[in-house]
Design a protein around this ligand. Structure first.
Ligand code: NIG
Ligand code: FE
Length: 419
């Protein structure tokens, strides 16, 4: 199928092909073409330009024409941090938190991640696949075209491999681009409470080689935090994965600062995610590496914890990406539009910065920037057409509303009614 989109009010995100991420003051630069057209062929972006210079269509056969008068077109959202494969909601813990317990208190009494692990162990691969597939449909209809998905609710070999096989199947069967992360060190199972080193060794020396042999993971991840895993344990995982050619994306600085950022940057992690707590030393470490900081504002919103200091990060000259952290415990939403509104409202990010953070930088954080994240010839035709709007800012200003009219994923029009 070929698609021709005409009369686009503004075509945003036309970064030149070799731009793989944007940082600092450049985050507020979002290249665009006003009154534009865009042509899609064989699932990729074939050409685009200004309507003023448009010199007609040569071949009308098999062509879908979309009139985007009054509407904006921008690259689809790249959600680089999710736990989309999970068994069930944790709405019971939500109520506990409303009654005053904290996320950490719930975890200490065997709830939290351990609760999700218990539920996941009793579900089949097929059941997990179907539930995750439907979640991905909802995310896609809200404009998301690429999703990173983590394991981490298995906590033993059998169930971690089960989760990763589900993610692998989603890669083949779901239209969005998917990257898979082996979240080897997510929580300490009760039976390993006093034998954490043994659990780390099991995951790193026992399970990781099997994950690599079956080609089940693009990244590894650890929850580096007081009460979870130490910097040394995270390093053990990253170093072992590096030998197998698997880079890391890690959970750091959500509640405590224990030195995870510096260690991860020095080990060339692809991204460091959360960063609700962040010191000047952490910023300096980030400035010395090539690791993408990822903010997860929906998690801050849901847990009522501080927001990642995005201004501090950007104003220091660093890049930042935004993601949903979709999971049943700390962010039960995969909606990037809400994340983007929160980034503006709570993190004082500007609309251009938000688009760059949720498209190109998100793509970089999951290593798909060569094929997604901007409007460039040859990249995948995966983008968003907004409803008629007066400015880009309105897309984020009307928080909680769906201002997305159409979503195109690899050249196919998605039914957004599911949203
Ligand atoms: O990114 N912080 C660790 N992991 C997830 C939460 C997982 C859960 O509570 O189920 C997060 O917030
Ligand atoms: Fe997470």
């Amino acid at each position: 199928m070929k698609i021709f989109i005409k009369n686009i009010k503004s075509l945003y995100g036309t970064h030149s092909q070799e731009v793989s991420s944007v940082k600092g003051a450049n985050m507020n630069v979002l290249p665009c073409i006003e009154n534009a057209w865009l042509a899609v062929e064989k699932g990729t972006i074939a050409a685009f330009g200004s309507m003023d210079d448009f010199d007609g269509i040569e071949d009308w056969r098999d062509l879908t024409v979309i009139d985007a008068a009054g509407k904006y077109v921008l690259p689809g959202w790249c959600d680089s941090h999710t736990h989309t494969v999970f068994a069930a909601s944790r709405a019971d813990e939500f109520e506990d938190r409303l009654n005053g317990l904290t996320y950490e208190e719930i975890a200490k009494r065997g709830g939290g991640i351990l609760n999700s692990a218990k539920k996941l162990a009793s579900m089949s691969e097929d059941e997990l696949f179907t539930a995750a597939f439907e979640r991905l449909n909802v995310m896609m209809s809200a404009g998301t075209v690429a999703v990173e998905i983590k394991s981490g609710y298995g906590l033993d070999e059998e169930n971690e491999l089960k989760m990763l096989r589900v993610i692998k199947r989603l890669k083949y069967e779901h239209p969005v681009q998917i990257k898979s992360t082996f979240l080897a060190l997510h929580a300490i199972p009760l039976e390993y409470k006093d034998r954490v080193e043994e659990f780390v060794n099991l995951m790193v020396n026992g399970v990781l080689p099997k994950v690599a042999a079956e080609d089940l993971a693009d990244f590894v991840d650890a929850f580096c935090e007081d009460g979870y895993f130490s910097v040394a344990q995270m390093n053990q995982l990253i170093d072992a994965a590096q030998v197998l050619g698997i880079p890391a994306k890690v959970h750091v600085n959500q509640f405590n600062i224990i030195g995870g950022i510096d260690a991860a940057v020095k080990r060339n992690a692809r991204s460091v995610d959360h960063l609700e707590e962040l010191t000047d030393e952490d910023v300096n470490s980030l400035l010395e590496g090539n690791t993408m900081p990822v903010a997860l504002p929906a998690c801050s919103f849901f847990l009522r914890i501080p927001y990642t200091p995005a201004r501090k990060i950007i104003d220091a000259g660093l890049p930042i990406a935004l993601a949903t952290d979709f999971n049943p415990g700390s962010s039960p939403s995969g909606n990037m539009n809400f994340v983007n509104s929160l980034a503006c409202i709570q993190q004082r990010m500007l609309p251009n910065e938000v688009v760059n953070a949720s498209t190109l930088n998100g793509a970089f954080a999951m290593d798909v920037q060569d094929v997604l994240g901007s409007i460039a010839i040859g990249k995948k035709a995966s983008f968003i057409i907004t409803k008629p709007l007066n400015s880009l800012a309105e897309l984020f200003y009307y928080f909680g509303e769906n201002n997305i009219d159409q979503v195109i994923v690899e050249g196919k029009i998605v039914d957004v009614k599911a949203n």
